[in-house]
Unconditional design. Structure first.
Length: 269
């Protein structure tokens, strides 16, 4: 998920590798050192990670008794998640407080369109697949275009095949797996009026997430730091009533406290 920097200001990523395989003391020392160096830590992980990794993250946070660790696991395919992580790295160079930066992840997720071109959907369980698509998946040479976010969509590749794309200017990132196809670059990108197209290495978890290694994953995103910053700073900020950190939205990403419901709000309902 550690994509190359988008610009000179993009901060480097720290990869917490093999969390469930390394000794707990070693992982604790690494995370504590990061907290000592940076003050706060935003851990972005895929929903495709193993249960062991998920448990280890919560164990580390619990043992360190730290409200300075935000565990963020949005419902995005691996490439889309990698793009989101890079956007947070871009924003980390700005004058945003840790709580606002961590909360920005939820906001920016709405501006990401992520999907893949698949050679088979027989093992795809993260996007609704009808029986007809399953049956056609057994036909040699059949390919499917799948949009996982923001709204699930699946179409069989043909002359008129298309997916619902963003209604604003974006760049597209493409990561090729074992499937040989130029459909994304020659058909989908022009249909979505993308401003530019770049290639990336396929994330290690993509085959598991999509149920096949015969795929080409794609994601559109807002690349400009100024636009990202304007989006985040235009949202009303508030102070978490529990830990006192600045946040946007109704739930603190660090301590998980939700905004209290005041008496006048209850009467309004």
């Amino acid at each position: 998920m550690a994509l190359p920097a988008q610009d000179d200001r993009t901060l480097p990523a720290v990869v917490l590798a093999e969390l469930d395989r390394r000794p707990l003391d070693e992982v604790l020392s690494e995370v504590q050192a990061l907290l000592d160096q940076h003050g706060h830590l935003i851990v972005v992980s895929s929903q495709a990670v193993s249960e062991g990794v998920r448990r280890r993250l919560h164990t580390v946070r619990s043992i360190l008794e730290s409200d300075r660790i935000a565990l963020f696991q949005p419902d995005l395919p691996p490439l889309g998640l990698a793009v989101l992580a890079r956007q947070l790295r871009q924003l980390a160079s700005c004058d945003l407080t840790p709580g606002v930066l961590a909360s920005a992840g939820r906001l920016l997720t709405h501006y990401i369109h992520a999907g893949a071109l698949l050679g088979s959907v027989t093992k795809l369980d993260r996007v609704p697949v009808g029986l007809r698509a399953h049956a056609k998946s057994w036909v040699p040479g059949t390919q499917f275009a799948v949009l996982a976010h923001p709204e699930p969509q699946l179409v069989r590749i043909g002359p008129d095949a298309t997916l619902n794309g963003p209604e604003f200017g974006t760049w597209m990132l493409v990561a090729k797996g074992q499937l040989q196809s130029e459909w994304i670059g020659t058909a989908l990108a022009p249909a979505w009026n993308v401003l530019g197209l770049r290639e990336a290495t396929l994330p290690a978890e993509s085959a598991s997430w999509w149920g096949t290694g015969r795929l080409v994953e794609f994601c559109t995103f807002l690349p400009d730091l100024s636009v990202l910053y304007q989006l985040v700073t235009s949202v009303r900020q508030s102070v978490c009533h529990w830990c006192g950190i600045d946040v946007i939205g109704d739930r603190c990403v660090f301590c998980s406290a939700t905004a209290p419901v005041h008496e006048n709000q209850i009467q309004a309902r």
